[in-house]
Design a protein around this ligand. Structure first.
Ligand code: TXE
Length: 480
């Protein structure tokens, strides 16, 4: 049985109170490792290590910081196969996805922020007529917390850690207890890359135990969190009481709006991905498909045919389009939404059932599911299911499409498929979303701001926005 350990002060350590969690491989349902369920004692050790490392790290030449972060990126690339296998086993995602998306993007996060910090600059303002010059300093905050979810484990973990470290902070990071493995392996790479001890501390455990102890720590200056909206609200309340900085990237219920004038084949290919990539467990998935009436029946026929042809298989299978759902509990949650359709909230057009994979009958596999709805108010259309389940419905006018698109509590992303410029401009202006894609989906450029409106969160990460989040701004005014 593999034992995952905390990484504190540059060393791998067992949890102080010796409490452990079972870690399950969703592809087989087997327990294959154990990870610490760390308590406030471990968080305190991590804090002491981080606080001790902060003066030197925050004063380290940015070129040196950049060199260490680039080395981590190189080592992640060299370890692609090992990391991808570990991620796929821990999360249930197809090995090809882990190889082509998760791990390369985790490496890119380090590489990007290694470069970005060397280009990070601040403003100056000459107060003409007053013989004064103002300039802005952006200083690292101190010890910060990064808390990440299970859907894109290493990718989202590093998305937070890399800018925090680049900006000169020391970090206590907690990966999801559901997928701790690649965060554990990252510790080894940090040692090899020569990251000074205490600069990054990785502490494992459950949200309400370890995560709670971390966000409650009085001296943590900022919390960057990606996860569920309910947890985000909880963290915001606690951070508010202690005036900690927070960045919250929460759920989504993103519309995918398809007009008849779009490039149909490209739209169909992309819609397959935006619906079911990573078993639909991506906050950016287009889980509400809205189709212009004139092509609705054609789209329905084609989309269902393509959905039925998707390969659901063990994640090791190179041909798998869908692997396993991340956990038994999450599969039950998704099935409970499918039940709502059976009870009358919608009509299941395809899918809806569990799948037994030969030799892995205890794994958590689900058919990709398409549900036709006629009311936008139903839970299926309003709540984040976070699985391979999409709703579809027709619309007749632009105004109706916009109204439906904006009708949920969420506002993370939206996709629009059209070749009409006027319509593009209208939708990009009026959609309530932090990210709008036109004729594409999940095309990412790390320089762009990332985050959502409404129940999808507060704050923006990505590019210079992340470096601004992880720094404190100070204005200096000199009169001469
Ligand atoms: O997330 P949690 P869960 C959505 C999705 C999913 C739902 C719940 O709809 O079904 O959220 O998922 C840590 N103090 N998303 O329960 O609990 C936790 O340990 C500090 C959307 O897995 O929010 C983990 O590291 N930390 C999403 C992280 O928060 C706490 C991705 C996320 O877990 C904590 C995942 C606490 N009190 C789920 N409680 C997205 N936006 O991409 C939990 N955590």
């Amino acid at each position: 049985m593999i034992k995952i350990l905390n990484f504190i002060d540059g060393q791998f350590q067992e949890p102080v109170e010796n409490q452990w969690l079972d870690n399950v491989s969703p592809a087989s349902g087997e327990i294959y490792s154990q990870s610490p369920n760390s308590t406030a004692s471990d968080i305190e050790l991590a804090y002491q290590a981080a606080a001790k490392a902060f003066p030197a790290w925050s004063q380290t030449d940015i070129n040196q910081r950049a060199r260490v972060l680039s080395k981590i990126a190189n080592l992640l690339e060299e370890g692609l196969e090992k990391f991808a296998r570990a991620e796929s086993k821990d999360n249930g995602k197809p090995i090809n996805l882990a190889k082509t998306v998760d791990i390369p993007r985790a490496a890119s996060n380090f590489r990007f922020f290694a470069q970005a910090i060397t280009q990070f600059s601040s403003e100056s303002h000459e107060s003409v007529g007053q013989n004064a010059i103002n300039y802005t300093l952006r200083k690292p905050l101190g010890v910060v917390a990064c808390i990440s979810p299970w859907n894109l484990p290493l990718y989202l973990f590093t998305w937070k850690i890399a800018p925090a470290l680049a900006a000169g902070n020391c970090v206590i990071a907690k990966p999801s207890e559901v997928t701790p493995m690649t965060a554990f392996l990252l510790g080894e790479i940090c040692q090899e890359a020569g990251l000074p001890k205490g600069v990054l501390n990785i502490v494992h455990g459950e949200g309400p135990v370890t995560g709670q102890a971390l966000i409650e720590h009085a001296d943590i200056k900022a919390i960057s969190f990606t996860g569920g909206t309910a947890t985000g609200v909880h963290i915001a309340k606690l951070a508010g009481a202690h005036l900690k900085k927070v960045s919250l990237e929460l759920g989504g219920k993103n519309p995918n709006i398809i007009f008849a004038d779009c490039d149909y084949e490209k739209m169909l290919d992309t819609t397959m991905r935006s619906s079911f990539a990573n078993q639909g467990q991506i906050c950016l998935c287009g889980s509400r498909i809205l189709v212009e009436e004139s092509i609705y029946e054609k789209f329905k026929t084609d989309f269902i045919a393509r959905t039925k042809s998707l390969v659901i298989a063990h994640p090791d299978n190179e041909d798998a389009d869908l692997g396993a759902i991340v956990s038994h509990a999450h599969m039950q949650k998704i099935l409970s939404y499918i039940d709502l359709a059976k009870q009358g909230q919608g009509k299941i057009l395809c899918g809806g059932k569990q799948v037994a994979i030969e030799g892995y009958e205890n794994g958590y596999y689900l058919e990709p599911t398409v549900i036709e709805i006629d009311s936008i108010d139903c839970q299926l259309n309003q709540e984040e299911i976070f699985g391979p389940v999409v709703t579809i419905m027709p619309f007749s006018t632009e105004a109706e499409a916009l109204q439906i698109a904006n009708s949920t509590a969420y506002g993370l992303s939206a996709s629009v498929w059209t070749n009409d410029l006027k319509r593009t401009m209208k939708f990009t202006q009026e959609l309530q979303a932090g990210i709008v894609w036109v004729n594409t989906w999940m095309l990412r450029d790390l320089r762009t701001p990332f985050g959502g409106l409404k129940a999808s969160g507060i704050g923006r990460e990505g590019g210079l926005e992340a470096l601004r989040f992880f720094t404190e701004t100070k204005n200096v005014c000199i009169q001469y």
